[in-house]
Design a protein around this ligand. Structure first.
Ligand SMILES: *Cc1c(COP(=O)(O)O)cnc(C)c1O
Length: 363
């Protein structure tokens, strides 16, 4: 039987890091501080250093990381929060979960990220309707490519909006050497196993240079604790990263730069083979992608996927349904045709295997 090719090869990564990861986990088992153990503080320090921000605050997953941002920025009922319609559900979900109103924005056809032109159009439309308080933008580093923060941040400034960078997929990417996780007022990431930097379960982190937000986030993630752990000064949640996950992440973070090099090699290799057949991912000048996904556009997607399948080559579709077409967001009243670029992407994108352990033939 033919060996099946995994879409993301976590087993190959584990085999490569086994000795280091096993001994890190064993250390946690030996000291027994399973919650907020020393590995969590060590990881937060290393994450902040890698991203280039003052504070890294870990939490239970990437969705909680976004929810904690909503809490720190006091996003609530009556607020409009702008986000791309072509993204993973959590980006929009957390806005509605905070009782604010998600206002969707169309995508850029070549980067797949939030379109700054449409963003400004949606902000102006929302202001002129006069029903909601325009509050924040959640931009997403889709498939690993940082969104256009230079433009997004200037639009935010113009209309006095906060910017949240959803770097769940972007961790490892950069713009002119400035790393993903350092854009906007607060940024988040996810350590879900399939993300560029993943753990062996759920995990997430929040990044900021703002001391006040950092204090709030550290309180909100532990039931709104005050300086005395049992004096709770605000309503929070329970969202901590397990010490064992921090231990795994410390070893994976050490290997991450090399994995990024490998992902870049794999994408260059794909580009060479596929650029004449499909629309391949475009990385603007000065940008680096973390290659969370290698995503192609084809008008004959189903046929193409079938071809790959026949050869034992896995593919995946991220994402087949835009946010404005999700059942859960029907109440917002969007219509088919509202976001033509995103809607076209949703019916024509598909992704190929991408990870740091793909065998790349060098010629
Ligand atoms: C994965 C992901 C999240 C959520 O992260 P979890 O750790 O799964 O909660 C949020 N936003 C985007 C863009 C993601 O890809």
């Amino acid at each position: 039987m033919k060996k099946t090719i995994p879409f993301i090869d976590l087993k190959a990564q584990y085999q490569h890091l086994k000795t280091r990861i096993d001994s890190r986990i064993q250390k946690v088992l030996d000291h027994g501080h399973y919650i907020m153990g020393p590995e969590v503080a060590e990881l937060e320090e290393k994450l902040a250093e890698y991203v280039g921000v003052k504070h890294a605050i870990t939490c239970a997953n990437g969705t909680d990381a976004l929810t904690l941002c909503m809490m720190a920025l006091d996003i609530k009922e009556g607020d409009a929060v702008f986000c791309p319609t072509f993204t993973f559900f959590a980006t929009a979900e957390v806005i509605a979960f905070a009782k604010a109103t998600p206002v969707f924005v169309d995508s850029d056809a070549s980067t797949f990220n939030i379109c700054p032109k449409d963003l400004e159009r949606q902000i102006l439309r929302t202001i002129s309707e006069g029903k909601l308080n325009v509050k924040a933008i959640v931009a997403v580093d889709l498939f690993g490519l940082p969104a256009n923060y230079p433009l997004i941040e200037s639009i935010a400034k113009k209309y006095n909006l906060k910017v949240i960078e959803d770097a769940a997929q972007g961790f490892g990417g950069s713009i002119n050497g400035k790393r993903a996780g350092s854009f906007g007022d607060i940024a988040t990431t996810s350590f879900f196993p399939a993300k560029p930097l993943g753990c062996y379960g759920d995990g997430g982190a929040i990044f900021t240079n703002n001391d006040e937000y950092a204090e709030l986030l550290k309180s909100y993630r532990v039931h709104g604790k005050g300086t005395d752990k049992y004096d709770n000064v605000r309503i929070g949640i329970n969202s901590r990263l397990d010490t064992i996950q921090a231990a795994v992440l410390l070893e994976k973070l050490a290997e991450f730069p090399q994995e990024l090099i490998n992902r870049n090699k794999a994408s260059t290799n794909y580009e060479k083979q596929l650029a004449s057949i499909y629309q391949t991912p475009q990385v603007p000048y000065g940008y680096e992608s973390s290659w969370a996904q290698y995503t192609l556009v084809s008008e004959e997607r189903e046929m193409e996927i079938a071809k790959y399948k026949k050869r034992g080559f896995p593919t995946a579709i991220y994402y087949g349904i835009c946010m404005h077409q999700q059942t859960a967001f029907k109440y917002l009243g969007y219509l088919k045709g509202d976001f033509p670029v995103a809607e076209r992407l949703a019916i024509s994108v598909f992704s190929l295997p991408m990870h740091g352990y793909l065998e790349v033939k060098s010629e």
